[in-house]
Design a protein around this ligand. Structure first.
Ligand code: IMP
Length: 179
């Protein structure tokens, strides 16, 4: 375990099993259709590439980068830093997120992508932290529901670090308090 962590919340093996089962559900639901996965950079990259490998129907990958966070606190203001490369009009679209926390980012994504007239628009998140929800968002696929803890690893960061950890863990308080 990384020295800055107090515990591992979801092991590498649990992540692999959870992602595989999400991939199987998505494959069954979208069988025979071409699915556009929209990843939210940078946090969803590890999850999205693993998930895509478990989807048996055709997929396209596209990305958006949004900004609303600085450190551990949401500013509540969402900005598009990088937009999709392709049009999604008439496409089956699945937004792939690392975590839905307050729900503000996802609410913005759903509103914004909804105006582009996709054939269908759904949400897949690796982690769901429902205790902190400020905006109700419909989550069709969720890997793991977690408590109100700030987690890192498997794409999730703290000030840009820890994304490459192969598991999801909770940071020690001293790290987040800067001691
Ligand atoms: P929301 O808008 O509050 O739902 O937050 C969504 C974004 O906040 C996620 O895509 C993450 O980048 C970030 N985030 C929320 N909770 C955590 C956490 O526990 N660890 C790392 N990033 C988080």
């Amino acid at each position: 375990m990384h020295k800055d962590l107090q515990e591992i919340l979801i092991s590498k093996e649990e992540l692999a099993a959870g992602v595989k089962s999400l991939g199987e559900r998505i494959s069954a639901d979208y069988a025979g259709r071409c699915l556009t996965l929209v990843g939210v950079l940078k946090g969803s990259v590890f999850f999205m590439t693993d998930l895509a490998r478990h989807i048996t129907t055709d997929v396209r990958l596209d990305f958006m980068m949004l900004s609303s966070y600085s450190g551990m606190h949401s500013t509540g203001v969402v900005r598009i830093l990088l937009d999709l490369k392709e049009s999604i009009e008439g496409s089956d679209v699945l937004i792939v997120e690392d975590i839905v926390d307050s729900g503000l980012t996802m609410k913005y994504m759903l509103q914004n992508l909804g105006t582009r007239l996709p054939k269908s628009l759904e949400v897949c998140t690796l982690l769901d932290k429902p205790s902190r929800r400020r905006a109700q968002v419909p989550i069709k696929y969720s890997g793991f529901t977690i408590e109100d803890k700030f987690v890192v690893g498997y794409g999730l960061d703290y000030n840009g670090i820890y994304r490459n950890l192969p598991y999801v863990g909770v940071l020690r308080k001293e790290v987040t308090e800067g001691k």
